[in-house]
Design a protein around this ligand. Structure first.
Ligand SMILES: Nc1ncnc2c1ncn2[C@@H]1O[C@H](COP(=O)(O)OP(=O)(O)OP(=O)(O)O)[C@@H](O)[C@H]1O
Ligand SMILES: [Mg+2]
Ligand SMILES: [Zn+2]
Length: 159
């Protein structure tokens, strides 16, 4: 691991009055979480991103968003790339709710199959569909049409 990797980069740290803290994100996935939340760079929201923060279980990323709660679709996508994430709702500067994320056994229309010849990538109106399983820390997707497996970089294949 390079010293660059070990560096803790705090883009902005700011206590949140009302909003959401997504904690225990797998190290390296914070930017994919931001992509899922679709926060425009032109937004005036305060967003803090912590990458490679030391934690008791090794390294983690943390994303804090002022003035924003997450919808179910966003939480489900986060579960795919960060199965250990906790979603902390902050109200009046305090954690008022803490939820763990859940991985569904089937996902539809969430991830693009990596097989270019898969019917879900053709001009047919076929929604992508995967069976989801997990071996230890790794989430494994199997395409329901072509059986292609995606297990690394799921965050790179989100629709
Ligand atoms: N007002 C706030 N503004 C910004 N971040 C906050 C605020 N309150 C709590 N947090 C962050 O939210 C996360 C959860 O806070 P909590 O106090 O539940 O920590 P914890 O007890 O370590 O939780 P866990 O057991 O889930 O790790 C932590 O990362 C904490 O730094
Ligand atoms: Mg903690
Ligand atoms: Zn496929």
């Amino acid at each position: 691991m390079s010293s660059e990797d070990q560096q803790i980069r705090e883009i902005r740290v700011h206590p949140i009055e009302n909003g959401t803290v997504i904690d225990h994100i797998n190290a390296g996935q914070a930017l994919n979480v931001l992509k899922i939340l679709n926060i425009p760079t032109s937004s005036s929201r305060v967003v803090s991103v912590l990458i490679n923060a030391p934690s008791i279980h090794g390294r983690k990323d943390v994303v804090k968003i002022e003035g924003r709660e997450l919808n179910v679709e966003e939480v489900d996508k986060i579960a795919l790339i960060a199965p250990n994430a906790t979603i902390n709702i902050i109200r009046n500067f305090e954690v008022s709710e803490k939820d763990i994320v859940h991985i569904h056994s089937q996902i539809e229309g969430v991830v693009r199959c990596i097989n270019p010849n898969c019917i879900s990538n053709s001009n047919e109106p076929v929604t992508s569909k995967f069976a989801v399983s997990s071996n230890g820390r790794r989430t494994i997707l199997r395409c329901s049409y072509c059986e292609r497996i995606i297990s690394d970089d799921i965050g790179e294949h989100l629709l």
